[in-house]
Design a protein around this ligand. Structure first.
Ligand SMILES: C[S@@+](CC[C@H](N)C(=O)[O-])C[C@H]1O[C@@H](n2cnc3c(N)ncnc32)[C@H](O)[C@@H]1O
Length: 252
């Protein structure tokens, strides 16, 4: 298990992102959030990985960002990138699990999380993180989403096994509403966020990764699992994406 985690870190730590996404899409979510122009914001970026979204938030907003991940290797990469971009002063990294955040209640203007809330589950994450937001605070999360009401059996079965909470945007918005948020924006990530920004760079790392790990059975199994996911995405990309959800906390 520990070896498997090390292999996962090794495959992903040199990437600029660990899941589908894009800088333009983070900027679009910021625009929808209405945070642009506000000053002295406090933002948490949960499951930040090597910090693709953290760096955009730091560039675009007058904010201090607490970048949270439970893998220190990813946070080191983020700190290096923040230093290179001259953004280190507005980013603090925090090695913590998203289930047990050492945050004060009502402390944050916004909670961001790209492609990571599924680790807790969409509803559980929203419920747990809500209390850390100030009144009217913003939640911005991307989450695996069905783009259509019906989908191929094979695709449904795969994602049901991997993440049983995959659902349509309307169902996700209903969850947000039920848990005390008012949805203020939604958009699905375009294909290039998966193919050009995530899968293609990963595919280019496979050979070197296998070599580094002595072509071990575990490393080969990890590459095979990624290849299966990529092929499934390529065949069925009309049916699923990450949806980006932006919502405002409702108080009272
Ligand atoms: C799919 S990656 C997305 C990373 C980054 N947000 C991005 O879009 O490139 C999910 C991230 O969540 C982190 N993660 C997974 N489970 C976690 C947990 N329980 N607590 C904190 N971070 C976790 C992983 O280490 C990884 O960096």
């Amino acid at each position: 298990m520990v070896d498997e985690l090390q292999l996962l870190i090794d495959l992903h730590k040199d990437a600029s992102r660990q899941g589908p996404g894009g800088d333009d899409e983070t900027r679009h979510a910021i625009a929808l959030s209405g945070l642009k122009g506000a000053t002295n914001l406090k933002i948490a970026d949960i499951g930040c990985g090597t910090g693709a979204s953290t760096l955009v938030l730091a560039k675009e907003l007058d904010a201090h960002i607490t970048a949270v991940d439970f893998l220190p290797d990813f946070l080191v990469k983020l700190e290096e990138a923040a230093g290179r971009a001259d953004l280190a002063d507005c980013i603090t990294t925090l090695c913590a699990t998203m289930e047990t955040l050492p945050f004060t209640e009502a402390a944050y203007d916004a909670i961001w999380s790209e492609g990571a809330i599924y680790n807790m589950g969409f509803a559980a994450g929203i419920e747990a993180w809500r209390k850390y937001l100030k009144p009217n605070g913003i939640l911005a999360v991307s989450e695996m989403t069905w783009l259509t009401d019906q989908r191929p059996e094979k695709l449904q079965a795969h994602w049901q096994r991997e993440y049983s909470e995959v659902d349509t945007a309307s169902a996700k918005m209903a969850v947000l509403e039920r848990l005390g948020f008012s949805p203020i924006g939604y958009f699905p990530l375009p294909e290039y966020c998966w193919l050009d920004n995530y899968y293609r760079p990963m595919q280019q790392r496979f050979t070197e990764y296998l070599h580094r790990n002595n072509n071990s059975e575990a490393a080969r199994a990890m590459v095979l699992a990624e290849k299966t996911e990529i092929s499934l995405y390529e065949q069925h990309k009309a049916f699923l994406s990450y949806g980006y959800y932006i919502a405002r906390k409702i108080d009272g």
